[in-house]
Design a binder for this molecule. Structure first.
Ligand code: ADP
Ligand code: MG
Length: 370
C-alpha cells in the first residue's frame, strides 16, 4: 500500500490509521519505514490515528479533533507536556499508566496448570510432513486467589487457545488443577459445579451477546443452568445486583444489546460472568475493541471487582500498557511457546528474552522507556 501511494512521487502522504490492525513490532517497522521515506523524499505526512503513543513518536505537530472540530493544535512536545483543551487532557489521562498494586504473594493457589499442550489437525495437503499444528506448547502456570496473570504476545501466538485450555473449553494435554481438584478426572456433574466458579469475558462486545435476548435474560442465563432452584423473583434480584456491580442501572435489563455502547456491552458481559459469583475470570482481550477513555473505565471496574471479591484473573492482551496496569505475573508467548515468565514488574523493568525486549521497545517508546 505504501509503495502504491508513493508511486507518483507525491508531496504529501495521507496515512489513515496505517498500523491499527498490526501487531506492535510490525507497527514499529512500518513507522520506521514511513520515517525513512519521509526523510528521503521530503514527504509531508498527514497521519490520522487514535493511538497517542504513535503520535508522540512520529508527529511534529498535532491537531486534536472532537465532534468534527479541531479543538487544539500544537507542536508535539508542547501538546503532550501541557495540553490546553479539556478533551485533550482527558485523552492523555486515559492512556493506561503505571503498574498494578501487587497481590499477596502467599495467597492460596487457585489454578495450577502443568505442561499444557494443544494441537490442531492441519488440513491435508497443506503441510504434508507434520499432521498437527501445535498452537500451545508445554505451558505451565499458577494463578493465585486475587492475582492477575497476564498473557501477552502477538496475534496467533496461542494466547486465546491457552486461555480456553485452562478452562477446559477445548481438549488439551497436561494437567489442570482448580482449587486442588483435578479437572481432567471430573465427571459431567463435577465439571458443571466447577464450571460455575470459572467464567469468561471475550473481546468482542458486539458478537458475544445474543441480539435476541434482553440484557436481563443474557445476564440471568447462567443462573438458569447453574442455580435452577431459584425463583423468578430471586433471579431478577440477582440480575439487578449484577448490573449494580458493573455500575449499570437495573432498569436497563429490559433493553436489548444493540441499544448499548461498546463499553456498556462489555459491562454487561462482565455482569453475566459475575452473577455466578465465580472465583476465576478469563479475560480475553476484554478492552481491545474499546476506545482508550472507555477502556480506562472498564479496567478500573475490573480492578475494583477483583479487590472486592478476591477474583483471580487471567488477562490476555496484545496491549502491553494495559497488561502492565493489570497484571501481577506475566507470560510472554510466541509461536505457542512461553519465552519469558515471571513477575510483571520485573519483566517490564528488565526483560530477559530478546523477543520481550522487542515487544516492549515497540510498545513503550511512548512512555518511560524512551
Ligand atoms: P492468539 O489468541 O494469540 O491470537 P490463538 O490462540 O487464537 O492466538 O491461535 C493460535 C494459533 O492456533 C493460530 O495459528 C491459530 O490459527 C491456531 N488455531 C486456533 N484455533 C484453532 C482451531 N480451532 N483449529 C485450527 N487452528 C487453530
Ligand atoms: Mg486471541
Amino acid at each position: 500500500m505504501i509503495a502504491i501511494a508513493l508511486a507518483c512521487s507525491p508531496k504529501i502522504l495521507i496515512a489513515d490509521e496505517p498500523t491499527t490492525a498490526l501487531d506492535v513490532t510490525v507497527q514499529a517497522q512500518i513507522l520506521q519505514l514511513l520515517k525513512e521515506l519521509q526523510q528521503r523524499y521530503g514527504l509531508a505526512v498527514l497521519l490520522i490515528t487514535h493511538d497517542l503513543g504513535m503520535v508522540r513518536k512520529v508527529a511534529d505537530r498535532v491537531c486534536v479533533m472532537q465532534h468534527g472540530k479541531l479543538v487544539e493544535q500544537a507542536d508535539c512536545a508542547t501538546l503532550f507536556a501541557a495540553p490546553q483543551h479539556p478533551y485533550t487532557q482527558r485523552l492523555l489521562n486515559a492512556e493506561p499508566k503505571g503498574a498494578k498494586p501487587p497481590a499477596a504473594r502467599d495467597a492460596p493457589v487457585l489454578l495450577q496448570a502443568r505442561n499444557i499442550t494443544v494441537d490442531f489437525p492441519i488440513p491435508r495437503g497443506w503441510l504434508r510432513r507434520a499432521e498437527r499444528f501445535v498452537a500451545v506448547n508445554d505451558v505451565s502456570l499458577t494463578v493465585r486467589r486475587g492475582e492477575t496473570v497476564g498473557i501477552v504476545g502477538e496475534s496467533g501466538s496461542g494466547k486465546s487457545t491457552l486461555g480456553r485450555a485452562l478452562l477446559n473449553l477445548l481438549p488439551a494435554q497436561g494437567e489442570r488443577h482448580f482449587d486442588a481438584v483435578d479437572v481432567g478426572q471430573l465427571d459431567t456433574a463435577g465439571w458443571r459445579r466447577l464450571r460455575k466458579r470459572m467464567q469468561v469475558v471475550f473481546q468482542d462486545p458486539y458478537g458475544s451477546l445474543s441480539p435476541r435476548l434482553t440484557v436481563g435474560q443474557i445476564i440471568g442465563e447462567g443462573l438458569r443452568v447453574h442455580e435452577p432452584e431459584l425463583s423468578k423473583r430471586q433471579r431478577e434480584k440477582r440480575v439487578a445486583q449484577a448490573l449494580h456491580e458493573v455500575q449499570l442501572d437495573a432498569a436497563l435489563r429490559h433493553r436489548y444489546p444493540h441499544e448499548f455502547s461498546g463499553g456498556q456491552r462489555q459491562r454487561i458481559a462482565i455482569a453475566r460472568a459475575l452473577i455466578l459469583r465465580p472465583e476465576f475470570l478469563l479475560l480475553d482481550e476484554p478492552t481491545s475493541a474499546l476506545d482508550r477513555s472507555v477502556q480506562a473505565e472498564v479496567l478500573a471496574l475490573l480492578l475494583d471487582l477483583q479487590q472486592q471479591h478476591q477474583l483471580a484473573y487471567v488477562f490476555i492482551s496484545h496491549d502491553l500498557a494495559v497488561v502492565r496496569a493489570m497484571a501481577d505475573t506475566l507470560l510472554v508467548m510466541r509461536d505457542g511457546q512461553v519465552v519469558e515468565q515471571g513477575s510483571a514488574a520485573q519483566i517490564f523493568a528488565a526483560p530477559q528474552h530478546s523477543y520481550t525486549q522487542e515487544l516492549l521497545d515497540a510498545a513503550f517508546w511512548r512512555h518511560d522507556r524512551t
